[in-house]
Design a protein around this ligand. Structure first.
Ligand code: SF4
Length: 553
């Protein structure tokens, strides 16, 4: 069977795992990627006019029709729900016989409303490596098992949802993800190598998908918010085998470890540090939570090549942190920042404005706190409220959003914009957010002057931060040796998303003259060897990127 994935904005490790599972089961896979220029979830550079001018929609649809897939898969997040619906509607029209299946967080949390759009034939809920293979095998045999776990569907307008299969505990069983699925698309995807060492998070913050997944996978447990037992890790030897191969074949400048908390299992981390040699060590950036950062974990992180930690603080009000499922103390947060800096690891912290119950005093506190315990960057976010997340009810109770808005979010994503920045924000928080941005962008002395004199207002009026970020991004995008730069990072929108801009804008403009379809179909053949087990040495199957894939933007 030919399975086509459509995706947008960023690399998806999840799709790489799904593709690999399908190919090992004898199916061909392909990917069409829409960069969504000027139509990003992060909104910073969005423009309706430019979005239309630089759209690749028609060319993507043409490529999909040429490929003539048997199955089309969408990974639906709340933020890309409308985008998925738009493509699914058009593909249903142009490829009437195709089966369209949806997965991902939003499709899992809202399977019924997704199915009732009439655009998706089936939803596969939760982790789907095994479910998707079983589904496509069934289609191939002409005997789809409608009782299969994870499957949701409509039968004569009646919604039917099968139970979930339990989480796979043996992650080593999964085949190496298909990195080529994205590498084939060119340079924006070959800077930094995205990996996953474990799945799950020790916490279940009420605004995060982990909270929802825990509730549906462990409905009988009431400790879903604070327990470590929902974590699953690959074995240390399995991880080292992959790193050895990655380093020997294409030695990326930067690894991005996608785990929600790299320090969640201290014994595991220590074993990795003890066993790792130079043959496996690659500089990397990772995510961590304050509770698990201590002298021991920091030392181990340093030993295995950590250059940058991104750590969620979110609020400096302990009551709000408790409400949203972050049971840590100010002292733990301060310690984590100070320790990372002491050991020469760049510390980026995430701060969310607009959380339920936030007051101006909370904002005042954070300015003083970050003066005393100073991270490299305080990334400013505004609360995004996802369908299915517990924070939805918390926000209604705190008066952050109305019940009507909550119902709209629950039913389907608000079209293209669920960020609180424009609609649900606390206006009093805006100056504090702006002054944090000043601190991120200017040298400390100048930042202090600008903030003290009130000049920060000028920066917000003229959108200077945005322009500055774009400038940095475009200069960084042309010089790969700038990565990883702990100060500017890789994953920040100012560095990553504009790389897409630069690459895809050039493709678009060139195509106006050549009149050729600039969109590449990344196509991977079925693998002959069908095996259920993944030996540690199977990472040999991962090829190095070709020279063409390595080319700098
Ligand atoms: S710590 Fe991060 S990844 Fe874990 S539940 Fe909270 S927000 Fe989600």
């Amino acid at each position: 069977m030919k399975v086509l994935f459509l995706y947008n904005e960023v690399e998806s490790l999840g799709l790489q795992y799904l593709s690999s599972a399908l190919r090992h089961a004898g199916h061909e896979t392909a990917l069409l990627f829409d960069p969504r220029l000027f139509d990003f979830f992060r909104q910073e550079y969005n423009s309706r006019l430019m979005k239309r001018l630089f759209s690749f929609r028609e060319e993507i649809l043409q490529r999909a029709v040429e490929f003539a897939p048997d199955v089309i898969g969408f990974q639906i997040l709340t933020a890309n729900h409308d985008w998925c619906c738009d493509y699914a509607a058009e593909l249903k029209r142009r490829l009437p016989g195709v089966t369209i299946v949806a997965g991902g967080y939003h499709a899992t949390a809202n399977s019924e409303s997704v199915l009732r759009t009439g655009l998706f034939d089936y939803v596969l809920r939760g982790e789907a490596e095994d479910a998707l293979v079983e589904f496509v095998n069934g289609l191939k045999r002409g005997e789809l098992d409608l009782a299969a776990p994870n499957l949701a569907r409509l039968d004569n307008d009646v919604y039917i949802e099968n139970p979930l299969r339990p989480y796979e505990q043996e992650l080593d069983r999964y085949h190496e993800p298909d990195k080529e699925l994205f590498w084939n698309l060119g340079p924006p995807f070959t800077t930094g190598h995205l990996v996953e060492w474990r799945r799950g998070c020790p916490w279940g913050c009420t605004f995060c998908g982990n909270n929802y997944y825990r509730r549906i996978y462990y409905p009988d447990r009431d400790d879903y918010m604070y327990t470590r037992s929902f974590l699953r890790s690959r074995s240390v030897d399995h991880v080292l085998a992959e790193l050895r191969h990655v380093k020997a074949t294409h030695n990326p400048k930067l690894l991005r470890v996608n785990d929600d908390d790299i320090c969640a299992d201290e014994a595991w981390l220590h074993e990795l540090a003890e066993k790792m040699t130079d043959a496996e060590r690659i500089p990397f950036k990772c995510f961590a939570i304050p509770n698990n950062i201590n002298e021991r974990t920091i030392v181990d992180l340093k030993r295995i090549g950590c250059e940058q930690i991104q750590m969620g603080v979110q609020s400096l009000n302990p009551s709000i942190r408790k409400l949203i499922g972050r049971p840590n103390s100010d002292k733990q947060i301060a310690n984590a920042i100070d320790l990372a800096r002491e050991h020469g690891i760049a510390m980026f912290v995430d701060q969310i404005f607009g959380l339920p119950g936030e007051t101006e005093d909370d904002c005042k506190k954070l300015e003083a706190f970050y003066k005393q315990h100073s991270p490299d960057v305080v990334s400013v976010y505004w609360l995004d409220i996802w369908a299915g997340a517990e924070v939805l009810d918390q926000a209604v109770n705190a008066g952050t959003i109305t019940q009507e808005t909550a119902d709209t979010i629950r039913a389907h994503a608000e079209p293209g914009d669920i960020a609180t920045e424009r609609r649900y924000h606390n206006a009093f928080a805006k100056p504090y957010a702006a002054r944090l941005e000043v601190r991120n962008h200017l040298k400390p002395g100048l930042a202090r002057f600008v903030n003290r004199t009130g000049l920060w207002r000028v920066f917000t009026w003229f959108g200077i931060f945005r322009m500055l970020r774009a400038w940095w991004a475009f200069t960084l995008a042309g010089d790969l040796s700038g990565f990883p730069d702990p100060r500017k990072g890789y994953d920040l929108s100012w560095a990553r998303f504009p790389r897409f801009f630069k690459y895809y804008m050039r493709l678009r403009i060139t195509s106006w003259f050549t009149r050729k379809n600039p969109i590449a179909l990344s196509r991977l053949p079925a693998l002959e060897q069908v095996s259920d087990a993944l030996p540690a040495s199977s990472s040999e199957a991962l090829p190095a990127p070709t020279d063409a894939q390595r080319v700098a933007v």
